[in-house]
Design a protein around this ligand. Sequence first.
Ligand code: SF4
Length: 330
Amino acid sequence: MRYRVERDGVRLKVSLGSAVVLGLREARMDVRPTTLYAMLGERCHGACRFCAQARDSDADPRFLSRVVWPQFDLDAVLARLPESNDLRRICIQTVLAPGSESNLVAVAEAFHAVSKLPISVCMNPTDPAWLPRLRAAGVDRVGVGLDCATEETFSRIKPGFHWEAYHTFLDAIVDTFGTGSVHLIVGLGDSDEDVIRKIQDAHDRRCTVALFAFTPVRGAKLDLPAPEVGRYRALQLARYLIISGRARLHDMVFIEGRLAEIRLDPVAIERALDTGLPFRTSGCPDCNRPLYNERPGGVMYNYAAPLTEDERGLARQELLSYIGIQAGIR
Ligand code: SF4
């Protein structure tokens, strides 16, 4: 069954960086997105405490995290897509709203009809019967914004959503696509041990993990600081070592929930640090999300491009400030 989207008047939000790559907006960018980020739907019916799109948020709804999402006609986006050589992937995010699944399938079909780029979808748990329809529409990966590493934090930060439903849906995603993506946000109240345990769990479920740094948004309900960068670096390193199969949870030592040691050959850790890869944006292949959590000139939680030598040195210093010697890093 094919889903038809009534093209006239259909509007799609795309991230400002994506709009620039498509030639729909002009702005100076140090790093261009390698994924086209689109958002489908208006105000979300959910109430995640950190989110500018939440139904009860007083934040500017043009934002998601630090990113502005201008709206365009779907046809305008589709018309520019085949000429946008920088792009390696399309990511469609959805908000929680009635009927969003059929719109999502229809928009994925419309993208797939004009471009053979792989398509990721980030969505809320729903009837798993939608998953084969998404795959038939050209989608190759589906991810969920679990955001929290423990059920306790999840119930506090994502009221109205259900921890178990996310995991059941994740299993259905892996059954359909062979893999999945889990978004986790550092800084919502979970300990290092909680986050790393969840990364291991996601990896064992054949999912990759996209790490985000909590970004305070004016008007959103959650009033917390952004995470300490040294801590974020340690969690990025742990994620990289686990997802690449170099380490497991049992190689990590925690003291009262804080990562205190990585019991791994220091040479293996040094090799990983020398690549700079642990500190790159994580998630689906070719997803680089420039300035999603970062201010230009501010803390670069996730590097959207290969790190320069200076950036690798800085990231190492930041990591050392948190875990250093115990991890065998000099
Ligand atoms: S990791 Fe990137 S491409 Fe994948 S679903 Fe998340 S934002 Fe989209």
